[in-house]
Design a protein. Structure first.
Length: 290
């Protein structure tokens, strides 16, 4: 996913189309050269369908562009992390947007030549045309999609204040990282060098293995404990329901959050309170590796 105009167009179009199709609200995103991060709100419980469709369409489009036939994405499943409170969403958005700056690729998010939501954190919208290098002119996919950023649920601030605080926090972090580079003599690759990199290059350093894949991120200890307890109770309720389902009880009620078996006809509770109570989630962070 080395950034250039066509790759950025394909990423943004496929992301926006998948979000519209499955009712996903986009809070922020950034595409690096070999992975991406997105923070989303999933009010309809369709995150796996959204990710599957987005990944499929982007893989097909870029494989066709580069005449590739092998897997586009890593065989490892995407990482989904529940961000419990608005403060956790805010912190993860800063992390997502700062990815190229933290990696010493560009001096600021604005300089990053890849697809990101940075310019949309001002209440703006972005209209992206359907890429002509893959999609049919008379095909079923929409001719354009519109991308916009939203704020997480349960936020007391206005959208304008939320985005203003986010941009200010990112700019403050950029200044700290800039001072750190200058103090320690760390060189910067720069946007032009990023764009000159071959789309088929791979990192020379080994990828971290067997690291944590957290299901929940929450700085508040009590909210974190409550969310972990809810996750444990979901797993227990799911295991009991699945055991009954396997024994032939087709009317067993699975807990909300059940996805695969729900698609195959299993009954699923419509509300959290039907099975157990859990604190309201702020958003989810998803990422996948190329």
């Amino acid at each position: 996913m080395r950034p250039d105009d066509q790759t950025n167009q394909a990423f943004l179009y496929c992301l926006g189309e998948a979000a519209e199709r499955f009712g996903i609200e986009l809070l922020g995103w950034l595409a690096m050269s070999n992975h991406y991060h997105a923070v989303v709100h999933d009010p309809q419980g369709k995150l796996p369908e959204f990710a599957c469709h987005f990944h499929q369409m982007l893989a097909k489009a870029l494989n066709a562009r580069f005449s590739r036939w092998e897997n586009f994405w890593s065989c490892e499943p995407p990482t989904y992390t529940l961000l419990v409170e608005p403060a956790d969403v805010f912190a993860k958005l800063i992390y997502v947007l700062l990815n190229p700056v933290t990696a010493h690729l560009t001096d600021s998010v604005l300089d990053w030549p890849g697809a990101s939501s940075w310019s949309l954190h001002e209440g703006r919208e972005l209209v992206v045309s359907r890429p002509k290098f893959f999609f049919r002119e008379d095909g079923p996919m929409p001719k354009t999609v519109t991308l916009r950023t939203t704020v997480p649920p349960h936020v007391s601030a206005t959208a304008r204040d939320w985005h203003r605080r986010l941009r200010a926090a990112v700019e403050d972090a950029e200044l700290e990282l800039r001072n750190h580079r200058l103090t320690n003599g760390i060189s910067l690759l720069g946007r032009n060098a990023v764009r000159r990199t071959s789309a088929f290059d791979a990192p020379t350093t080994p990828a971290p293995r067997r690291n944590l894949r957290p299901f929940i991120a929450c700085k508040n200890m009590w909210s974190r404990l409550a969310a972990l307890d809810a996750l444990d109770r979901f797993r227990i309720a799911y295991r009991h329901a699945r055991e009954a389902f396997v024994r032939g009880a087709r009317d067993v009620l699975f807990p909300p959050g059940t996805f695969a078996l729900r698609r195959f006809g299993a009954l699923c509770a419509a509300r959290v309170d039907d099975v157990f109570h859990t604190p309201p989630g702020g958003a989810l962070r998803a990422n996948a590796a190329y």
